[in-house]
Ligand binder design. Structure first.
Ligand code: AMP
Ligand code: ZN
Length: 490
């Protein structure tokens, strides 16, 4: 049950049939977070999109090596080697070691990714753990004549590179156009060309995170880490490379240049870029100040939020838009997603209740194909969701006795619905099944039975006290015509 998978490749600007380098195996690299502050929901959109892609590749049976790095050094505030080091600046602000910043926000990132039920990558390499590899790569680029050292800082020579290769290929821009859009060098600049970027940056006396290299003490530029780590774990040319669209013009363009200058090979066969999460049509970013954290979103503790939304409702909201389109945040859309998510999960839950009959009124094989067709068409989650709702419609109709299904089709429906809802979309039920919850349910049953006994003896003072005492612990008892029920209000 697999047609060909088609992927929109940024490099060729077309949807191409996916053919991995090694049959049955996929190498995928995604630029990970710069761990100097909390991730915002926009960052999460990108990582959740690649989780969907990873999950579908796994579902198709590929053995995937998914590498997503942690940028824990070398990221200056400007993408073109200007400004302060992001980690040093934050460390100064919080009066801690830069590595404490790294640790804090790496842990925070992992917590958030877990809340969104994303899978861990196969390898999560750090820039600081691969300084040696980066130095080796820079040495090779210098030896090949594409980089030069000035006062301990090594620059990549873009114009020289462009004589042989095409710089700007990823965004379909010619060097002349790119040069036009870049400011002229000032007398203070040491680099030779306007577009040249740093591979290695000489340490200043106050630099905290620095390493010894053939060019002196310093630290690597941001772009070289991804080239060094992707080639180390995935080879000089690998299948898929992803990141947010904002990384195309500089970070990924420079990655291609570095790898080609080092290995004379184009590093990536398929480049994938996720579009931006926006708020009132402005890109969510740390600098724009419109970025709320996932935690604020879950609790509703932010001026832009009318209330809190659960991780799965948020994930459902993201899945309703294709990863290459912008996604604008709104309370209305999230509230609609809460309902959509609940409807889908309710239908999946009903699967176990369905009774088979001698005929099927719906074509389940066609339904199953529609799930694959959606995802094979450049991971089209919104179409998949629409098709899953057709599945939900069938489930509800069979449950209501309006439609019938054979035993074989029922098995097929169960397998397909569960595979695409849980394994591919990575949704999960939010009603907890933990042993603590089960114990609480048991204990509440015991308490409510005792309360019934007390009421039967007409000791209403004691039964009301029991109710009020539970209320103090945020357990609300309601007496209904079917007997008492309890809930924990939000
Ligand atoms: P950073 O930690 O800033 O390096 O970003 C991590 C990832 O999040 C990168 O792939 C960015 O392209 C991506 N990203 C940043 N802002 C947004 C946004 N508003 N929407 C979607 N992805 C984003
Ligand atoms: Zn990167």
């Amino acid at each position: 049950m697999q047609n060909d998978l088609f992927i929109f490749n940024t490099l060729t600007r077309t949807k191409e049939k996916f053919t991995p380098i090694h049959p049955g195996r996929v190498g995928m690299y995604v630029c990970g977070p710069t761990v100097y502050s909390d991730v915002h929901l926009g960052n999460c959109r990108t990582f959740i999109s690649f989780d969907l892609i990873y999950r579908f590749l796994l579902h198709l049976g590929y053995k995937v090596r998914y590498v997503r790095n942690i940028t824990d050094a070398g990221h200056l505030e400007g993408d073109r080697d200007e400004g302060d080091d992001k980690f040093a600046k934050k460390a100064k602000l919080e009066q801690v070691e830069p590595m404490e910043i790294v640790q804090k926000y790496t842990v925070g990132f992992h917590d958030v990714m877990r809340e969104f039920n994303t899978l861990s990558p196969s390898i999560e390499p750090t820039a600081t753990g691969h300084i040696g590899e980066q130095i080796e790569m820079i040495k090779e680029i210098i030896a090949n004549g594409y980089a030069y050292d000035i006062n301990g800082t090594v620059y990549f020579d873009v114009e020289k590179y462009n004589k042989e290769f095409q710089y700007g290929q990823l965004t379909n821009r010619k060097l002349e156009d790119l040069l036009e859009g870049t400011r002229e060098l000032s007398g203070q600049d040491e680099k030779r060309g306007r577009l040249d970027f740093a591979l290695w940056i000489a340490a200043k006396p106050e630099t905290l995170m620095k390493w010894n290299a053939p060019w002196g003490w310093g630290f690597p530029g941001w772009h070289i880490e991804c080239s060094a780590m992707s080639s180390k774990y995935l080879g000089e040319t690998f299948d898929l490379h992803g990141g947010g669209m904002d990384l195309q013009a500089t970070h990924h363009t420079n990655e291609i240049a570095q790898s080609q200058a080092c290995n004379h090979a184009s590093p990536v066969n398929y480049w994938l870029h996720t579009n931006m999460l926006t708020v009132n049509n402005v890109r969510m970013s740390k600098s724009a100040g419109n970025g709320f954290s996932p935690e604020e979103l879950f609790t509703g503790n932010h001026p832009l939020l009318e209330k809190g939304y659960s991780p799965m409702a948020v994930k459902f909201f993201m899945m309703q838009t294709h990863y290459t389109s912008t996604l604008d945040f709104s309370n209305e859309a999230l509230q609609a997603s809460e309902k959509g998510y609940a409807r889908l999960m309710a239908a999946v839950k009903l699967l176990d209740n369905l009774k088979p009959a001698s005929t099927s009124t719906s074509d389940i094989t066609e339904l199953e194909s529609s799930f694959y067709n959606a995802m094979n068409d450049d991971f089209n989650a919104p179409i998949l969701l629409a098709n899953l709702f057709e599945g939900a419609r069938i489930i509800n109709s069979v449950n209501d006795g309006k439609e019938t299904i054979t035993a074989g089709d029922l098995e097929k429906l169960k397998t397909a619905m569960r595979a695409f809802v849980f394994d591919v979309l990575g949704l999960k039920s939010e009603t907890s099944n933990s042993s603590a919850d089960k114990a609480l349910q048991g204990a509440m049953e015991v308490i409510l039975n005792i309360r019934n006994d007390i009421k039967a003896k007409k000791d209403f003072v004691a039964s009301d006290k029991l109710r009020d005492d539970l209320n103090k612990h945020n357990i609300l008892i309601k007496d209904t015509k079917d007997g008492p029920v309890w809930e924990i209000p939000e």
